[in-house]
Design a protein around this ligand. Structure first.
Ligand code: ATP
Ligand code: MG
Length: 724
């Protein structure tokens, strides 16, 4: 093994960081400047040159994917197995420690980890056991409260029973929840971190053991650590000062989940002999991309301040596409992906990045149609999401009462007082009479063996399904979906969960209505003529959630939210949906701190791109079940005009964009079309409407018209429109 392979591919500042003697070290640098590379090379250096054993290395990263990558990069560099190194996420490493020291940590050996859904279920049990009304005390709010307490290192017993009624009640829930977890041997995510902190704090011998063992502690993405994570690092390294952290204040994007940018300052206070190294050369992105990123982030206040430069040329201009609507946006992106792949570009060097998970569906569908393999990271694929699956289960049961899996899934979702006992009875009866759960439920009800309350609840459910069946039978698919999400109470159920993504679930449900609407108009594939629309839709959804998912090793296009893109890089990046109210998000536009976090997110997004960056926004968007005409994102205006060019796909013209005034209309085409925007027209079915946009020419000319009953796209060669 030759030391030069470790330090050769580094610039001076990077080399200084990699070879610095053991001690507290902070690498503060912008995106793509080689922070992660430095971290990996430093570990290799310590093993190879300083003779540290791989076992004495601890490295914390943000995702499992990043941890795997780090491990394999070290293995490649050193040509040894990194198996014995502790590389992982905070949660993963904490879990490992707790398995080793369960008893000392006060846990049974058999303790189980709960995910957020399990945790929520437990909290609901607590609320009902204490006789609290969930309408007034939403379980999700309680969950957020408890997790936030844990992230701050606070136990129920640390909290005095002072404060207002809200705080006292939350404390009561927290205490009861802790008891229940304790009794059932369950540990939630936040608990993992808190337990390890307490384990170390209260067991000096154990702490000393790990302090000795981990001679070097490394942390990537340090700007996004929260209070308890930092406290954890501090315990482990306070005596030896052997903490090496890399981070970028401009990429702090988890403030909403308790991350503390202040940890960067705390580090500097707590380790007075620390050294700070700044890296300023960016190796990732070409010039235009980097300039845009630098200029956008300069709009934030209170930055630690750093500017990146690159040796590579200005590269390609950033390309902006203004779409007519979200389908057009997806269509454009997929065309460009195809062109890239045709030129031999690898698919996994392409990423589509979006602000909100609900945006992924349009792209997923287009990619599927084009038979381009893709993979969605972080967040479930649209049709796999719990709320979507639940709605589909209702639709399935409407199509077939004997679908037991669907029956089980929805019998008590949303909660309607059908308990585990009733479900057990139904299961038993179904087994005995060898029937479906549906038939068994009817039989059970008829037998009159249940207590009145249970019988009522069950009766309510069976009636609901019957009525929904009758009511929706004659309706079009999207009307069916709409009625199901409303009448079953699903919308109301999620709406009440103001915290913890209830809002997002409602949006996803409304997005399902959109999906159904577009499905109706899609052409009928061969061999499916005999199926009902509902059946076709259901099988479409089932296929989409299974087979088409490319496996991890296939060369496929990467789809993810901006949050999950942290630390990654791609040759070709599409940053889509740059619209006010979407990105920046609606909730952030009036709140300067949140707006700045959105801007950092934009900075993260732009700096993922190496060679080519596309930005898109849509002039009309049907998102969350509503049609809107958003304004282009303010972030677009913050990009210098000379780095960006507008693409017109159909008219094939390119023109530069003025930085202060992103044009909001494709004015070019309007002049050669039959109809003009703003003109009034009459349609024999829809009545009088106003033209909003026109697109295409000759027999391909389409217009978007606002009619009293809604907005429609019409092909002029079919729709007979008269000027009014
Ligand atoms: P982020 O803030 O996005 O996490 P980062 O600072 O961690 O970025 P890296 O991912 O380590 O940056 O590096 C960005 C890219 O630049 C990688 O492709 C890396 O291999 C390359 N790179 C870093 N330093 C050098 C160097 N000295 N010479 C050549 N390439 C480099
Ligand atoms: Mg990195």
């Amino acid at each position: 093994m030759d030391v030069t392979t470790i330090i050769e591919p580094l610039n001076d500042a990077q080399r200084q960081a990699v070879t610095a003697p053991s001690g507290a070290l902070l690498i503060l640098a912008g995106a793509g400047s080689g922070k992660t590379r430095v971290l990996v090379h430093r570990i290799a250096w310590q093993i190879e040159v300083e003779g540290l054993s791989p076992q004495s290395i601890l490295a914390v990263t943000f995702t499992n994917k990043a941890a795997r990558e780090m491990r394999s990069r070290i293995e490649t560099l050193l040509n040894v197995s990194a198996h014995s190194m502790w590389i992982g996420t905070f949660h993963g490493l904490a879990h490992r420690l707790l398995r080793r020291h369960a008893t000392e940590a006060g846990l049974p050996d058999t303790f189980q980890i709960m995910d957020t859904a399990d945790q929520l279920r437990l909290i609901k049990r607590v609320l009902s056991a204490l006789n609290y009304d969930e309408a007034k005390w939403p379980a999700k709010q309680v969950l957020w409260h408890i997790n936030a307490q844990k992230d701050e290192g606070i136990r129920a017993r640390h909290t005095a029973e002072t404060g207002d009624i809200y705080q006292r009640t939350m404390l009561k829930f927290y205490r009861a929840y802790e008891d229940l977890c304790e009794r059932s041997g369950l540990v939630d995510f936040a608990e993992l971190l808190l337990r390890v902190h307490e384990l170390w704090r209260d067991n000096p011998a154990i702490l000393a053991h790990y302090q000795q063992r981990f001679q070097q502690v490394h942390v990537d993405e340090f700007q996004d650590t929260n209070t308890i994570q930092y406290a954890w690092l501090r315990l482990l390294t306070q005596d030896a000062n052997n903490l090496f952290v890399v981070g970028d204040d401009d990429q702090s994007i988890y403030g909403w989940r308790g991350a503390k940018i202040e940890n960067i300052y705390a580090f500097q206070r707590h380790y007075p002999d620390h050294q700070v190294i700044k890296l300023e050369q960016n190796y990732r992105s070409s010039g235009n991309i980097l300039t845009a990123a630098n200029k956008i982030i300069a709009h934030n206040s209170g930055r630690m301040g750093k500017e990146l430069w690159t040796q590579s040329g200005i590269g390609e201009p950033i390309l902006l596409y203004v779409a007519f609507n979200e389908q057009d946006e997806a269509h454009f992106v997929i065309e460009r992906i195809r062109a890239w792949a045709d030129k031999g570009g690898a698919r996994n060097s392409i990423a589509i990045l979006y602000r909100s998970n609900a945006q992924s569906r349009q792209f997923e569908e287009r990619l599927m149609q084009a038979a381009i393999p893709y993979r969605v990271y972080g967040g479930l694929r649209f049709f796999d999401r719990a709320e979507i699956k639940t709605t589909l289960a209702y639709l399935r049961l409407l199509a077939n009462r004997h679908d037991d899996a669907s029956f089980e899934r929805i019998i008590n979702t949303p909660t309607r007082g059908i308990g585990a006992k009733a479900l057990d009875d139904i299961r038993t009866l179904a087994r005995e009479q060898n029937s479906s759960l549906w038939s068994a439920a009817i039989a059970l009800l008829q037998s009159g063996q249940q207590a009145a309350r249970a019988a009522n609840a069950l009766n309510g459910f069976l009636l609901l399904i019957k009525q929904l069946g009758d009511q929706t039978a004659p309706l079009a698919l999207c009307e069916k979906v709409k009625i199901v999400i409303e009448k079953t109470g699903l919308i109301a159920f999620y709406e009440k969960d103001k915290d913890n993504k209830g809002e997002e679930k409602v949006e996803n449900l409304e997005e399902l209505v959109n999906a159904a609407k577009h499905f109706e108009t899609a052409s009928l594939p061969d061999g499916e003529e005999n199926l009902t629309e509902l059946d076709r839709f259901l099988s479409h959804a089932a296929l989409e959630s299974g087979d088409m998912q490319a496996d991890a090793f296939e060369d496929c296009v990467q789809l993810m939210t901006l949050h999950s893109a942290k630390g990654l890089e791609f040759k070709l990046v599409f940053l889509v949906g740059l619209e006010e109210g979407l990105f920046p998000s609606q909730q952030s536009v009036d709140d300067i701190a949140r707006l700045e976090e959105e801007r950092r997110l934009c900075y993260v997004g732009i700096t993922r791109a190496m060679e080519q960056l596309y930005l898109t926004y849509s002039e009309s968007r049907q998102l969350y079940g509503r049609e809107s005409y958003p304004r282009p994102s303010r972030f677009l205006r913050e990009i210098p005009a000379d780095t960006i060019q507008e693409v017109r796909m159909r008219a094939q013209v390119q023109r530069p964009v003025a930085s202060v005034n992103i044009p909001a209309k494709p004015a070019l085409l309007a002049s050669i079309n039959q109809f003009k925007t703003g003109q009034k027209v009459r349609h024999e079915k829809f009545g009088v409407g106003v033209i909003l946009q026109t697109e295409g020419e000759g027999k391909h000319e389409r217009v978007q018209v606002k009619f009293p009953e809604g907005i429609k796209w019409l092909m002029l060669s079919y729709a007979k429109l008269e000027a009014v």
